[in-house]
Structure formats: structure tokens, C-alpha cells
Design a protein around this ligand. Structure first.
Ligand code: 3HC
Length: 284
């Protein structure tokens, strides 16, 4: 199915990044946030990153302005009724996601594709809230969405071929390199990356190494583009702990459980970049 209009629900770091990709690819996009203020904040964020591209000469000023102009903001889910594809990037909790998919299923056209960007919840459980689960699919983007090439296209138990291939083709259209996978805990990358990052944090204490040295170790010795502590600060300590808990609950594999040090950081509000302090301190 041809996607002419996209809706993005939840314009936090991931949703704003996804909306940015859509408008840059020339697709009319409706972004929904719970307040005007949060919507405007996301538009400013997108405008900022596109302005940086203009400054660096990789995007023309007119193209930048046209891209920003393609983003409409709303606080009403009903304003997404005529979208061909809706990508959900709200809070990582099952109940609100299921409620949203039931609502989207009622108000969008029956052939519209409904995608969730969940990283650790079951797409099948989310899809089960819809009358037409065949049109629900996972589109799992990676942080930062505008820079990371991968999107996992996740087939839930009842996902139909039409929805699956529409999501795959759309990911390609916005410049991504999608891969196909089934709905299993953590899908492909998080199934590997989450326990690996947990191991890294356990090594911090076991080997009595500093975050700086651990980061240097994994960059210099394993070729990681950024060290694990920097990556955890980027992803958000709370997001990572939440995803770890969700995967532990499903797999019961001890390596999935969040290390106590990360749980303590989360409880203390040391969430990484977004709170100004995590393993490192951030001034901007
Ligand atoms: N959105 C849009 N644009 C952004 C951005 C963002 N969030 N962050 C940076 N940019 C733009 C900026 O304009 C920046 O240029 P500027 O600094 O001159 O303004 C430009 O991108 C390039 O940024 P960098 O110079 O920082 O780019 P690098 O070459 O250093 O690469 C990186 C950055 C791609 C993030 C690289 O360090 C990397 O690959 N890191 C690993 C990230 C990773 O592993 N992510 C996966 C996390 S796990 C996950 O997401 C799963 C989830 O379920 C939790």
C-alpha cells in the first residue's frame, strides 16, 4: 500500500526522530503529543537538527523549511484518522499502548497500518487490543533514530503480509535498512544488546574500572562507536532498566535482569543525558 500520510504518536526522543525522518523523506506527517507545549518542543528539536544539516551544507535552507512545514501537530488522536500508517512511540507500558491501539483501530481506515516502536514489549499483546490485529506490526527504531540505519520490522502472531511489507517498504523509503524478524522478547538487537550492556555494568564493579576506562576499552578493543556507559546515558538509564525488567520477566535469564547499580541510578534520578547526569555529567 502506498503511504501518503503518516501519524506519529508520542514525540519524545524516539517519536521526534521518527517524525524527522518522515518529513525529510517528503511525507506529510501528523505528530500527536499530549500537550501543545510538548508538541512544540519536538518541532523545535527537529528544526534544530535540520538547521545543523543546513549549516553543515548537507541540506538546503528551502528543503529544511519544507520539511518542517510537512509536520502538523495535534493533541487529538482523532486527527490521525486519515493516515495510511501510524507509528506509536508513547510510554513503554502495555496498558496505555493497548488502549491506544484499540482507539486507532476504531478511528483509522481499515487498511491503514498501525505500527508500534516498542523495544521490549510483545507486539502480539499490543495487537490483540485491536479488532483487526492483522494490520498491526512492530517498527523498532534505534536511538538516535535519525542516525541509526536499522529498523526491525516485527511480525506479530497475526500480522498480515500487506501490513508487514508496507512497513518494510516505508522504512526503506525513509532511508533505513530494515530487517525482518518475529515477535520474540527483545526481537534481534535488544535480545543481544541489553544483556551485553548489563554485563558491562557488572564489570564496572567487578573489575573496579572507571566508566571512562570501560568506555575506552569497548571502543578501542571491540570497535564500539561509543562506549557502553556513554550509550546507556544516551538511551536513558530508566529506559534501559525498564527494557531489562521486561526482558527478564519474559525470559527469566539472569543476564537480562538490570544490575543493582543501574536500578539505584534510576531511583536517584541519574537518567543520563536527559536529566543532565548519569555515568557522566552533561551541561547542555
Ligand atoms: N537526532 C537527530 N540528529 C542528531 C541527533 C539526534 N538525536 N543526535 C545527533 N544528531 C545529528 C547532529 O546534528 C550531529 O551533528 P552536530 O553535532 O554537528 O550537530 C550529527 O547528527 C552527527 O552526530 P555525531 O557527530 O554525534 O555523530 P557520530 O558520527 O559521532 O555518531 C552515533 C553518533 C551514530 C550515535 C554513533 O556514536 C553510534 O552509532 N553510537 C551507537 C548508538 C547505538 O548503539 N544506538 C542503539 C541504542 S539501543 C536502542 O536504541 C534500542 C532501544 O530499544 C533502547
Amino acid at each position: 500500500m502506498e503511504v501518503r500520510k503518516v501519524g506519529v504518536i508520542g514525540l519524545g526522543a524516539m517519536g521526534a526522530g521518527i517524525a524527522q525522518l518522515c518529513v525529510e523523506a517528503g511525507v506529510d506527517t501528523v505528530g500527536r503529543e499530549i500537550s501543545d507545549e510538548l508538541g512544540e518542543r519536538a518541532r523545535d528539536r527537529i528544526g534544530h537538527f535540520l538547521t545543523r544539516k543546513v549549516e553543515k551544507g548537507t541540506l538546503g535552507q528551502a528543503e529544511r523549511d519544507a520539511a518542517v512545514g510537512r509536520l502538523a501537530l495535534t493533541t487529538e488522536v482523532g486527527d490521525l484518522a486519515d493516515c495510511d500508517l501510524v507509528i506509536e512511540a508513547i510510554v513503554e507500558e502495555l496498558a496505555p499502548k493497548r488502549e491506544l491501539f484499540a482507539e486507532l483501530d476504531r478511528l483509522t481506515r481499515p487498511e491503514a497500518v498501525l505500527a508500534t516502536n516498542t523495544s521490549a514489549l510483545s507486539v502480539t499483546e499490543i495487537a490483540a487490543a485491536a479488532e483487526r490485529p492483522q494490520r498491526v506490526v512492530g517498527m523498532h527504531f534505534f536511538n538516535p533514530a535519525p542516525l541509526m540505519p536499522l529498523v526491525e520490522i516485527v511480525r506479530a502472531e497475526l500480522t498480515g503480509d500487506e501490513a508487514f511489507e508496507t512497513a518494510f517498504a516505508f522504512a526503506e523509503r525513509i532511508g533505513k535498512t530494515p530487517i525482518r524478524c518475529h515477535d520474540t522478547p527483545g526481537f534481534v538487537v535488544n535480545r543481544v544488546l541489553i544483556p551485553l550492556l548489563n554485563d558491562c555494568v557488572r564489570v564496572l564493579d567487578e573489575a573496579r574500572v572507571s566508566p571512562e576506562d570501560l568506555d575506552q576499552g569497548m571502543q578501542g578493543g571491540a570497535g564500539w562507536p561509543m562506549g557502553p556507559c556513554t550509550l546507556l546515558d544516551l538511551v536513558g538509564i530508566d529506559v534501559h532498566v525498564h527494557a531489562s525488567e521486561a526482558l527478564f520477566e519474559k525470559t527469566r535469564a539472569p543476564r537480562m535482569a538490570p544490575p543493582p547499580r543501574l536500578v539505584a541510578m534510576k531511583n536517584a534520578g541519574l537518567l543520563g543525558r536527559k536529566s543532565g547526569r548519569g555515568f557522566y555529567t552533561y551541561e547542555d
